[in-house]
Design a protein around this ligand. Sequence first.
Ligand code: TRP
Length: 400
Amino acid sequence: MSRFPSSQSTSAMVEEPTKVVSAGGGDREGEDEQVVNPWEVTAKDGGKIDYDKLIEKFGCQRLDESFVRRVERLTGRPAHVFLRRGVFFAHRDFNEILDVYERGEKFFLYTGRGPSSEALHLGHLVPFMFTKYLQDAFKVPLVIQLTDDEKCMWKNLTVEESKRLACENVKDIIACGFDITRTFIFSDFSYVVGIFGFTNEDHIGKISFPPVQAVPSFPSSFPHLFSGKDNLRCLIPCAIDQDPYFRMTRDVAPRIGYQKPALIESSFFPALQGETGKMSASDPNSAIYVTDSSKDIKNKVNRYAFSGGQDSIENHRKYGANLEVDIPVKYLGFFLEDDAELDHIKKEYGAGRMLTGEIKKRLVEVLSELVERHRKARALVTDEVVDAFMAVRPLPLMFS
Ligand code: TRP
């Protein structure tokens, strides 16, 4: 894999040159540095990801409280838990998107998934749950890219297997509740590869991948949706490991006469074993999947969820739990919507009045309910529904 040339841009270089977009985990400086890029997320010395450092290194901005307030004011609804609690913690030009919206103009949303596993885990749901909220709150069109070509190349899957995983994953995505009148879902093999006229006979390496992930940032990639709206701004909700792709996109956009996409970026959903990176789809015990039964969830939480509780009841009562490292509390922070209950749990558990077992029990309930709701929603997503979302069609009501 060749590296992208580093940026020649003369614009103010607040953004790191795009050289990190390389397959070799290009932002490694020394072996003990943290590495965050689309292909690898590793904390320094097996510790936690340092998000402040990431913001500084990537040159993005922190999403502070004032944004939460402004979003609530503009949308007339409470901010999503992921926004309120800082899961989405960084951005690029999100303020400009809000300015656009405040002036009564429109924007569109773009997000995606690389279909690398049969079933999604909870971490995979995070950007989609958040994007659904953004779509409902701002009433804007959304395009979702399935990068089956990406996984074909990086995970060495056959074209057929990548396409099959994309078909499975799209049902989980639709089950998150997207509005079909405002959503267009496409897979690279059928939509992008289709337009460029590549066929399965062509070597897949002909398609240089990062530009493929960049292209949906521009409205002109969707003539059936945004024709004549070349200046429509784009907002991309994603986990921060995707930032290098879009740093490159933002670097190139003005040079080819396009608007830069704006970004709203999340931290990673931690593995059950502890917060050292993002969950790995290759270790089934590190993650809870949307296909897990309540029994599986109970087992995994009880056996594997790293506890910040003390080693004996006496010590626990005396010192309380270490909430900084406690995975059940972190997970509740993502999925327990009731702020008052979450505060109560943190206070009581942190003071040693609640025990790990009680916290885990509550977490099992919350996650089982979430997964059960997802399972029911997914069962309603038939092949016809998938075809309807993926049909190349105008969306007449997308802005209303
Ligand atoms: N590369 C992403 C992944 O592996 C998928 C993706 C494509 C994406 N386009 C995106 C993610 C836009 C966020 C935003 O999952």
